[in-house]
Design a binder for this molecule. Structure first.
Ligand code: FAD
Length: 464
């Protein structure tokens, strides 16, 4: 350890466990300042629910640092100005951080790095948000695979870099600015009770225990949105209250269910590696011919989709779950996204922006990667002519209609034979359930057969 002081800039790594930047700083310096910068530009882009979640996790990090005798220095402002300013004021020799993969973050970090260079402060980046760092998972030809399965084969047999060990640097004690106050409760998902309903790393580790305890049945239950069948750890992974390696290590691969869950973390890595390799993915289809698709504007359709009023119960259930909780089950994300792109022929980027605003786990690399997958425009994407049928998806993955009943309560009294397509139900049955289609619940906003033909035509036109 040198007699210098260092600064750790926390961003999407709001934890001390398996945090390479924190470990490097606390072992290399005599004194360390832990910094979090509240960037108003980013707060403006997020739903208030996600801002509450972020600020609660930041406050929890501060509490965790107190146990190590220090405080988190909070500053509100543009990190391009604040980070060099604080580095200069504190006289640190280095700024430690874990990389973020979005184009916005890359641009911001380039600016901070240049400013630090000019005052002779070292910039020390690490990889703490992915299982494997970009560039390490390559095909035999030495490049990033454009197809997931070959990527996964290399991913699963590549050894991890060693776990970082933190040192015993003295922490500084200045809490800096007060965190902004935002109305709203800390968002808690189904099944999160006790410690697992707490913010920050402590809550996250308890949520990981719950997820690991049910992981044996992950492969059987993961596609049934009425069940607590998935890990629900995406929000912790997004804010970095958990490291993906800790998730993989605790879940393990001793059963098929566990291995299937860990495999999903490879998708997460893959989409992040893809975005680093091709930052234009945020705006442009990976397959350039699709840039010419003639999307429909259809503001009315977009609003109906957003508000869960398309007349397709499974789609509406998903969109209402999203609006009411900030989270949506993966199967339903696929179906709702497909409905927007394929049945309404609305540009995937519009849907991606809405999800990005409202999802608690919103992550540009994952959101863009998955939207492009659904739209058929991305790497290793769903074929363009695969159009999910929202009724068949509903009948298959919500067999009894329990998920729909929960999120679309006006249909709750319909039985399983009627709930997936209420408009096709006989008038007597509808009357007995007290439902008038078009009054209590919308008519379908688009005909499935017609919209399937329309989207195949639109995609076909640019493929020709
Ligand atoms: C249109 C659309 C948009 C999406 N947007 C996001 C997003 O903004 N942020 C996000 O984290 N995920 C996104 N996903 C992926 C996936 O839906 C969520 O990661 C998952 O639903 C989170 O729930 P979970 O933690 O219970 O997942 P689990 O099934 O328990 O999986 C464990 C972890 O693996 C990762 N994972 C799972 N599925 C995927 C996937 N398809 N792609 C990449 N990683 C995956 C996640 O980190 C997840 O937490 C999106 C999917 C679709 C179809």
């Amino acid at each position: 350890m040198s007699s210098t002081s260092g600064l750790v800039w926390f961003r999407r790594d709001l934890r001390l466990d398996d945090n390479p930047a924190w470990a490097a700083a606390t072992s290399e310096h005599h004194q360390v300042t832990a910094l979090f910068v509240v960037d108003p530009a980013l707060l403006d882009r997020a739903s208030s629910r996600r801002v509450v979640r972020l600020l609660s996790d930041v406050a929890a990090l501060d509490a965790a640092l107190s146990e190590h005798g220090g405080r988190l220095l909070v500053r509100v402002g543009d990190p391009r100005v604040v980070v060099p300013q604080e580095a200069g004021r504190l006289g640190v020799s280095a700024v430690h951080l874990n990389h973020d993969v979005t184009p916005y973050a890359a641009e911001r970090d380039d600016a901070v790095r240049a400013a630090l260079d000019s005052i002779a402060v070292e910039w020390v980046p690490e990889w703490g948000t992915l299982v494997h760092e970009p560039g390490h998972i390559q095909t035999k030809a030495g490049s990033l695979s454009q197809v997931f399965t070959p990527f996964f084969r290399v991913w699963e047999r590549t050894p991890w870099t060693p776990w970082p060990t933190s040192g015993d640097a003295l922490l500084t004690n200045d809490p800096g600015d007060a965190l902004p106050k935002i109305e709203g409760d800390y968002p808690v998902l189904d099944g999160e009770v006790g410690e697992a309903a707490l913010a920050g790393e402590r809550g996250a580790l308890a949520r990981l225990d719950l997820a690991a305890a049910r992981a044996d049945t992950y492969d059987e239950d993961r596609n049934t949105p009425s069940l607590l069948g998935t890990s629900q750890l995406s929000i912790d992974l997004r804010f970095g209250t958990l490291s993906p390696r800790r998730v993989a290590q605790v879940v393990g691969e001793s059963t098929a269910g566990r291995a299937a869950l860990v495999r999903q973390l490879a998708w997460r890595d893959w989409y992040a590696h893809m975005l680093i390799a091709t930052p234009t993915l945020v705006e442009q289809p990976m397959k350039p011919q699709y840039a010419a698709i003639q999307w429909r504007q259809d503001d009315k359709g977009f609003e109906a989709w957003k508000n869960g009023r398309t007349g397709y119960p499974f789609v509406d259930a998903g969109m209402r779950q999203l609006r009411e909780t900030g989270w949506m089950h993966n199967r339903v994300r696929m179906v709702t996204a497909s409905f927007l792109v394929k049945n309404l022929l609305i540009d995937w980027r519009r849907g991606e922006r809405y999800f990005r605003h409202v999802l608690l786990d919103a992550d540009v690399s994952q959101n863009v990667g998955n939207w492009q997958w659904v739209a058929g425009t991305g790497p290793d994407a769903s074929p363009y002519n695969r159009v999910f049928n929202p009724i068949l998806q509903s009948q298959r993955f919500d067999v009894n209609g329990d998920y729909i009943r929960r999120w679309v309560p006006e249909l709750a009294s319909l039985d399983a034979s009627a709930i997936h397509e209420p408009w096709a139900t006989g008038p007597l049955e509808l009357a007995a359930a007290g439902i008038e289609i078009g009054v209590d619940y919308p008519e379908p906003i688009v005909d499935l057969a017609f919209s399937r033909g329309r989207v195949l035509e639109a995609y076909g036109a640019v493929k020709r």
